[in-house]
Design a binder for this molecule. Structure first.
Ligand code: NAD
Length: 482
């Protein structure tokens, strides 16, 4: 297939007004941290320092929780749902109005292609606020129990792969149900959360309803351990999720944990192969594979395996890897040096264990953190690359002969977040969806997200759901469970 040459089409970054340093957003204002330390956030595509952010201490977290408590007790927890909804609608509209600014900033700080931040992350973040705005005055009709009430102060800790979108998944339902929030973005991607703090000011959100504290694991731990936090919502790795579950065991804190995944994308021999190939590419190379529900294990029926592999490699050779701000880019930068090292180590293990490695051989920029789209064939179920989450643009290919074998292999992982099924047969889709131990099963598509649809895992992928009515349930207590 011919590879077309494109002229560069860079999105201007002039719309982003980067400050050299940022404080913490507590009680409706940006304040300096009490510990005085800061850390730098860089563009993973160029290693350029974008800004210095504050490393929040336990004392800062304490101040943020106090602000959230006061806002809950004095204003937000008492406000009629219809009024809360108006604030959420306002935030949603401001996100739309400032969409380009958010998209450019997200691509700068995260390394993801502007096409994705512009067309997926930011519109979906706004959609989450619109959706939850609609629920704010209708909670008694959401089948949440006789008298759904907020928990109070919610502590939220999020990862770096969809910084603004994960913030929206967390903050929108919490606010709609009458809770106040202390949120910590990931240490490598704090900038869109800090821009969101400005949106809260612009929307005249009462001070203390949303508080944003920046920092690394220790700051997250301070939120988890704080006695004034009533509920925790965490998205991140299974290892940290387990530590959090241990920390809060025996306390009265409620928690939802959205953790890792190792999804099977299953292609049957009756599937339209070219469409399936698009779904495989979207499944694992979208967002550089930094996706918890990525289709990182391709299970392909043996009779079509060779053909699928051939067409997949041909398609991958056309992917454009490079500048995240170029509108033609398909695959951007790896988010951090640490993540690049993890991907490199796991792919080396794949080779050492005997799988066959193939990559596109494309040119990579000299500076920054990059990894070529990579496919491993001849993968067996015991290989680390078939069991462990790589969280990068790396696909492991396994084969199967019967639907039963596909199910057994798909379920043979400690995770259970998502799965994909490609077949023409509707009855097979339903049977597979019933058998697969995964929170989300896509049929003849992959990586489709919608605020109305619950998302979450089985097994080591965590517990609780986000999105839809199920997601609201995590943010309320009812008569029975208080
Ligand atoms: P991570 O667990 O290292 O970090 C996630 C967040 O937790 C960060 O903000 C980090 O600072 C914080 N943190 C680290 N140690 C902590 C501690 N001891 N206490 C409290 N907070 C702490 O994960 P990551 O590398 O940033 O993100 C990648 C992981 O997230 C992957 O495993 C991915 O599958 C998962 N993820 C899951 C979902 C989902 O919805 N299930 C969505 C996105 C990402």
């Amino acid at each position: 297939m011919a590879k077309f040459e494109y002229a560069p089409a860079p999105e201007s970054r002039a719309i982003v007004d980067l400050q050299p340093s940022y404080g913490l957003f507590i009680g409706g204002e940006f304040v300096p941290g009490q510990g005085g330390a800061g850390f730098k956030t860089v563009s993973p595509a160029t290693e350029e320092v974008l800004a210095e952010v504050t490393d929040a201490t336990a004392a800062d977290v304490d101040a943020a929780v106090a602000a959230a408590r006061a806002a809950y007790e004095q204003v937000w927890g008492r406000m009629p749902g219809g009024d809360r909804g108006k604030y959420l609608f306002r935030i949603a509209r401001i996100l739309q109005e400032r969409a380009r600014e958010f998209a450019v900033l997200e691509s700068l700080d995260n390394g993801k292609p502007i096409r994705e931040s512009r067309d997926v992350d930011v519109p979906l973040a706004a959609a989450h606020f619109f959706y939850h705005a609609g629920w704010a005055d209708k909670l008694q009709y959401a089948s949440l129990g006789p008298d759904p009430r907020p928990h109070g102060v919610v502590g939220q800790v999020i990862p770096w792969n969809f910084p603004l979108l994960m913030l929206a998944w967390k903050i929108a339902p919490a606010l709609a149900t009458g809770n106040t929030v202390v949120l910590k973005p990931a240490e490598t991607t704090p900038l869109t959360a800090l821009l969101f703090a400005q949106v809260c000011q612009q929307a005249d959100l009462p001070p203390g309803v949303v508080n944003i504290v920046t920092g690394a694991g220790a700051t997250g731990q301070a939120i988890v351990d704080h006695p004034g936090v009533d509920k925790l919502a965490f998205t991140g790795s299974t290892a940290v999720g387990k530590m959090i579950a241990r920390s809060i065991a025996g306390t009265r804190k409620h928690a939802t944990l959205e953790l890792g995944g190792k999804a099977a994308n299953i292609v049957f021999d009756d599937a339209p192969i070219d469409q399936a190939v698009e779904g495989i590419v979207n499944g694992i190379f979208f967002n550089q594979g930094h996706v918890c529900c990525a289709g990182s294990r391709l299970l392909v029926q043996e009779s079509v395996a060779e053909e699928v592999e051939k067409r997949l490699k041909r398609r991958l050779a056309t992917l454009r890897v490079g500048d995240p701000l170029d509108k033609n880019t398909d695959v951007g930068a790896i988010n951090s040096r640490a993540q690049l090292e993890r991907i490199t180590a796991l792919t080396a293990a794949g080779e050492a264990e005997g799988a066959q490695r193939w990559d596109t051989g494309c040119e990579l920029p000299a500076k920054g953190f990059w990894f070529r789209p990579t496919v491993f064939t001849g993968v067996s179920q015991t290989h680390r690359i078939a069991q462990e989450e790589i969280f990068g643009p790396v696909l492991s290919v396994l084969t199967f002969r019967t639907p039963q074998e596909a199910v057994a292999k798909a379920n043979n992982t400690p995770y259970g977040l998502s799965a994909g099924v490609w077949t023409e047969k509707g009855s097979r889709i339903l049977w597979m969806a019933d058998q697969l131990r995964a929170g989300v099963v896509w049929a003849n598509t992959f990586n489709k997200f919608d605020p109305t649809s619950p998302f979450g895992g089985y097994k080591e992928s965590g517990y609780g759901r986000e999105g839809g009515r199920h997601g609201l349930a995590a943010y309320v207590t009812t008569g029975e469970s208080q």
